[in-house]
Ligand binder design. Sequence first.
Ligand SMILES: [Zn+2]
Length: 65
Amino acid sequence: MSVTTSSAIAVSEIRVVIEAECSRCGPLSAHESASLGNIDAALAHTAQTGHVVILNGTVDRCDEE
Ligand SMILES: [Zn+2]
């Protein structure tokens, strides 16, 4: 039996935007512009400070204004 399951997003115009905001320090920004960089920044910030960081994720289409 060969069952293939994939949840990968193959549509190129879909983008994922992750915003990280500390409940004490305000918005966090990663050095790189990649959305996943914000997750790393949030993890690092929490690890270093113990602060609570809120992740706000958005999925939208690049071709919509
Ligand atoms: Zn903080």
